[in-house]
Design a protein around this ligand. Structure first.
Ligand SMILES: [Zn+2]
Length: 165
């Protein structure tokens, strides 16, 4: 009797874990093959507007900087600010990273990259410390960024060509 119950228990566990596996596989598949959730897209738009207002109020800059969610970025890069040869300035956010934390991408990464983009707008294209200079830090803080640390070690400013355009 006890053995039978134990068997049943393991069968149920196996079925439940299979359901869970299929479900997470399905979630992953959906995430990879669809655009970001509408709610997340709306949050990005709201943050973008907020950053535009701050930029105008604090730096008197009216320029609108496009924000592109890309799935072609290397996974170790959360976001990037790019300056193309013809002077186009864009911000890229790594779509893959939204699966872990939407909050982090919007509250930390976006203002961080926005500050890099504003450095470009101001004509400051220094690559010193990966673009994380004191001037950049002040802009990042003025945008109420949460990740304005100067000692980040990745290369998130791209001047010239990129592979994820
Ligand atoms: Zn940076």
């Amino acid at each position: 009797m006890f053995i039978k119950k134990l068997k049943l228990f393991f069968i149920i566990i196996t079925i439940l874990s299979s359901i869970f596996l299929i479900y997470s596989w399905y979630e992953n598949y959906q995430f990879k093959n669809n655009p970001l959730d509408k709610k997340i897209q709306k949050k990005i738009q709201e943050k973008k507007q907020y950053l535009q207002i701050l930029t105008y109020n604090k730096f008197n800059i009216k320029r609108k900087i496009p924000i592109i969610v890309s799935d072609k970025m290397p996974s170790n890069l959360f976001g990037a600010a790019t300056l193309s040869k013809n002077g186009q300035i864009q911000i890229f956010l790594n779509k893959k990273r939204f699966q872990e934390s939407v909050e982090y991408m919007i509250e930390d990464v976006l203002p961080h990259e926005y500050a890099h983009a504003l450095m470009f707008v101001k004509g400051n294209i220094t690559k010193q410390n990966g673009g994380h200079t004191l001037k950049w830090q002040n802009i990042c803080k003025a945008l109420n960024g949460l990740r304005c640390d100067r000692f980040v070690d990745h290369n998130d400013i791209i001047i010239g060509k990129t592979s994820f355009f």
